[in-house]
Design a protein around this ligand. Structure first.
Ligand code: ZN
Length: 745
């Protein structure tokens, strides 16, 4: 007694108050040891007691209801919640109500996928206090697209109607707090899964005040934005809620202390926090999120810092001793064990097997003659040369000329017209100055980059109107769009993604010239209008065939399953942005095979960025998620030399890097490979592994690319994608891969 075992100290278990390694010592959850094996109360058969009418108990014990489960728990498809253990009954069923199975409404069960069913059970156990920790809170951190909302709605609906003790419902009123842009979405989701008759949802808005909700008995669910929540704090404190759900709950860690402390101060023990982002990267933030859901479960902030944060962080330092490493690892393991009791996170991979096939194609496009001439001129510019001689490896501040140069080259790849205005300006400036003193003034650095470009443009060149012949990628895109629109009965729809608004303008101009109908969503689209644009495009009657999307304006939960094709026109340093864009179409609800195209100008900086993307992706997805902003990209002088080299005439330097010899054999036709042709065709090294079902990884790596199909131009006549086939004159190389569905177990 009184001494601490070495193991308990190493893991930190001895510091825990809420949860203990030895069940039974925990104060409030487990059964007191002396009474442990005893059943909670003498069993009282409701029928007997009622019929008999003469037991002494009758006056003291409220007559238990002869409650029955709401739905048949023996049905083969029934989703039945776990029964509370005797310890729970001892504490929570003092009226000795009969134990009734809680069975999820079959109407909803039919819509739940296996992982969602597990999620509902998990949430139920947490909220009911059935798990071995102190508290009634849960964190559901599933990645976007796994149906966090549906799992939550299912739980809410179940608890509204049922409970394990006498069948009495567990909750009467629920508060859902969410970012302003998602308030309507929550109402829609309730309607979608439960219809409008089953449950009434009250969204707080400028017209619908909290006061109304308070007075009306009609609404069991209130949905409110974080902003409104602060505004109506006093009203909300006056309402008794039985469950609070915080959507996008990671915001709590950044949001004003006011919102977080207001939410914490609500007298609601049952708390669910939903988030799609990894939350364990920063232990202090993680602590505050956990503290909101299950106050006290990790001890005080100070003891958490001492017991977990500090040893874990110290063990990650290069200078850590062996003992520090051992201790840090043990504490990390224990922290993870403890929090896994109430944190559930699943990734997209779980969902992939239910989605239709996805065909990904990386299309290398031939740069135009104009692009090549401009590109070479840029590479010879004094600014790029000075970057290469001086090096800007770590100059994140104080002007970053290398970023200016990279930006210019990227624009040139997207369309030469994006540099036209700057070139004209530089030309006028040059004339004004008589061609002198270009590099004397620091501010002129960028302008100097465009000096001498104007004469390279053909005389007929005008700004803002795409001239197809002068841009490799645009040419390919234009041919693809033409082929796509050739047969209007096919109703093909495409999402066109770019990182730049100016590039979207050019793509939009192309659509206008060709008469294709389009929708557009970028950073300037008001939040209030976004949802209606998206819904319109997704509806079956929409005439628009193209959705122009700025990759950075996506936001949470943007769903574009009305299209089954998506084209990434340019490339981002951060693969997470591209993955997010792809998830717009390849997601829950998509019925058709999805085609993802990525256009890359062969031999240029775009290829270099792509290589960086796929070679750096071996980092954990979580790290990229949190820190992969383009601002943090670092370059060595060697990096810059590589970025500022043009490989003219190369069909695909990325393929050259793979050391794959598929293109060395008997001329181009031997690279042709129809799907399913693997046994018949000649075996080539790059095709090895093609027969194996693709292991679904989150991020593509160089090694994966080796296992994709490789096609050197010209594309074979039986190439799988007819739209690309129409554009083959502008294509130098293609990587292609199909992710097939794994049979559902
Ligand atoms: Zn190859």
């Amino acid at each position: 007694m009184g001494s601490i075992s070495e193991d308990d100290w190493t893991t930190g278990k001895c510091f825990q108050t809420g949860s203990s390694s030895t069940i039974g010592a925990s104060a409030s959850l487990a059964v007191p040891p002396s009474r442990a094996p005893r059943p909670p109360k003498p069993f009282a058969n409701p029928q007997k007691t009622g019929a008999d009418g003469s037991t002494a108990l009758q006056t003291k014990v409220v007559q238990p209801r002869a409650a029955k489960p709401l739905y048949d728990p023996t049905h083969p498809d029934a989703l039945v919640m776990p029964r509370p253990p005797s310890s729970h009954q001892w504490q929570n069923n003092q009226r000795n109500d009969s134990i009734v199975d809680v069975v999820v409404d079959p109407h909803l069960v039919s819509k739940l996928r296996p992982h969602q069913q597990k999620g509902v059970i998990f949430l139920y156990e947490c909220i009911m206090g059935l798990r071995q920790y102190e508290g009634c809170g849960a964190i559901l951190a599933d990645e976007m697209g796994l149906g966090k909302t549906l799992q939550c709605i299912t739980l809410v609906w179940t608890l509204f109607k049922q409970g394990p003790y006498g069948g009495k419902p567990i909750i009467k009123r629920v508060l859902i707090v969410t970012p302003g842009s998602l308030v309507k979405n929550w109402c829609r989701e309730f309607r979608k899964w439960l219809g409008s008759e089953r449950i009434s949802v009250f969204p707080v808005s400028s017209d619908k005040k909290v006061e109304e909700f308070k007075k009306s008995p009609l609404f069991p669910v209130m949905v409110i934005s974080y902003e409104m929540m602060v505004r109506y704090a006093d009203d909300i404190r006056g309402i008794t809620f039985d469950l609070v759900v915080c959507d996008e709950g990671h915001r709590l860690k950044n949001s004003t202390i006011k919102t977080a402390s207001l939410l914490s101060s609500l007298a609601v023990r049952r708390r669910i926090l939903l988030t799609g982002t990894p939350i364990q990267n920063d232990l202090q933030e993680f602590y505050s999120i956990v503290e909101f859901c299950n106050p006290g479960v990790l001890g005080t902030s100070g003891s958490f810092h001492r017991v977990y944060e500090e040893p874990i962080l110290r063990s990650n330092q290069p200078s850590a001793t062996k003992e520090e490493k051992t201790l840090g690892a043990a504490r990390a393991t224990e922290l993870s064990r403890l929090t896994s009791l109430f944190v559930l996170r699943r990734t997209q991979e779980i969902n992939n097997k239910y989605l239709p096939p996805k065909v990904e194609t990386v299309v290398f496009c031939k740069p135009s003659a104009l692009q090549l001439r401009l590109y070479q001129h840029l590479l010879r510019s004094p600014l790029i040369r000075s970057c290469l001689s001086r090096g800007y490896a770590s100059s994140a501040s104080a002007g970053s000329p290398h970023l200016v140069c990279i930006g210019a080259l990227k624009k040139l790849c997207n369309d030469p017209s994006l540099l036209y205005q700057a070139s004209r300006k530089a030309d006028e400036e040059g004339k004004r100055r008589g061609g002198e003193s270009w590099l004397l003034d620091h501010d002129d650095e960028e302008e100097s980059l465009y000096k001498g470009l104007l004469p390279i443009y053909p005389p007929e060149y005008t700004e803002g109107r795409p001239l197809l012949a002068h841009c490799g990628k645009l040419c390919v895109l234009s041919e693809m769009l033409r082929a796509m629109h050739a047969d209007p009965t096919r109703r093909e729809r495409l999402v066109l993604v770019s990182n730049y608004t100016q590039t979207l303008d050019i793509l939009q101009a192309l659509c206008s010239i060709e008469g294709y109908q389009f929708c557009r969503l970028d950073g300037s689209t008001p939040t209030a209008k976004r949802q209606s644009i998206v819904e319109h495009f997704n509806s079956s009657y929409a005439k628009e065939t193209i959705f122009l999307l700025s990759s950075k304006a996506g936001g949470v939960g943007l769903n574009l399953i009305g299209a089954s094709r998506l084209l990434l026109y340019d490339i981002d340093w951060n693969p997470a942005n591209d993955l997010q864009a792809m998830a717009r179409v390849w997601r829950d609800g998509q019925k058709k095979t999805v085609y993802i195209y990525r256009l890359i100008t062969a031999g240029t900086i775009e290829e270099k960025i792509y290589q960086r993307q796929i070679s750096k992706q071996s980092l954990s997805g979580a790290v990229v998620d949190a820190k992969g902003q383009s601002g943090s990209v670092k370059f060595s002088l060697e990096d810059l030399r590589d970025l500022f080299t043009l490989h003219e005439g190369s069909s695909c330097i990325t393929h050259d890097m793979l050391s794959c010899d598929c293109t060395d054999t008997n001329g181009p036709s031997s690279n042709v490979k129809a799907p399913g042709d693997v046994q018949k065709g000649p075996q080539r090294p790059c095709q090895l592994g093609k027969l194996k079902p693709t292991v679904l990884k989150k991020n593509l790596s160089m090694g994966d690319l080796n296992e994709w199909q490789h096609y050197l131009a010209p594309l074979p006549e039986d190439f799988q994608d007819e739209y690309l086939l129409e554009a083959k004159d502008g294509i130098t190389f293609v990587f292609q891969n199909e992710t097939n569905m794994v049979p559902v177990p």
